[in-house]
Write a protein that binds this ligand. Sequence first.
Ligand code: SF4
Ligand code: F3S
Length: 108
Amino acid sequence: TFVVLEDCIQCKHTDCVAVCPVDCFYEGPNFLVIDPDECIDCALCEPECPIDAIAAEDEVPADQQHMIVLNAKLAAHPNWTVITEKKDAMPDNAEWAGVEGKLKKLDR
Ligand code: SF4
Ligand code: F3S
């Protein structure tokens, strides 16, 4: 499966969702995730993200391993819904690009 990494938090460019053939991206207030049970490993989404916030599960960096479980957990969150069309990134995305420790900013 592929995994959305912390960098997406508070950015949400959404280029990724438009290319997914199985519509397995789920959106929350300031982040989105991939449902590992639905992802077919096509790898189409990975190059679409302008900030490289998507990785194959076996290439998730050591300091982002918690994101693997978090993607699965949030994909099942009752308030997180499927997103299939690109929309505007979050208004303050430029300020948050590359900021470390964004996990504490995550809204569920
Ligand atoms: Fe969708 Fe393919 Fe990305 Fe999986 S790898 S989330 S199936 S675009
Ligand atoms: Fe996030 Fe990148 Fe998709 S910022 S919404 S993973 S294009």
